[in-house]
Design a protein around this ligand. Structure first.
Ligand SMILES: [Zn+2]
Length: 67
């Protein structure tokens, strides 16, 4: 599986900060580093940074579900 091959890479590009990070979480096919995940949780919705995060997160596309 391609998923397993991806795990062998030294890091993955975070969809939010666009830097290669080792630790993070996967949302669908996208990767969010621990740092950004933590920032996201602690950012108030009225913070300008929150809009930036939302913009970056829009890049995450949900996988198509075949019925
Ligand atoms: Zn990040």
């Amino acid at each position: 599986m391609s998923y397993l091959i991806a795990k062998e890479q030294p890091g993955e590009t975070c969809v939010v900060c666009e830097k290669v990070k080792l630790k993070g979480i996967h949302i669908y096919t996208s990767f969010i580093c621990m740092e950004c995940e933590r920032n996201l949780i602690h950012t108030e919705t009225n913070d300008p940074k929150y809009k930036y995060y939302l913009k970056q997160l829009k890049k995450i596309t949900t996988p198509e579900i075949y019925s």
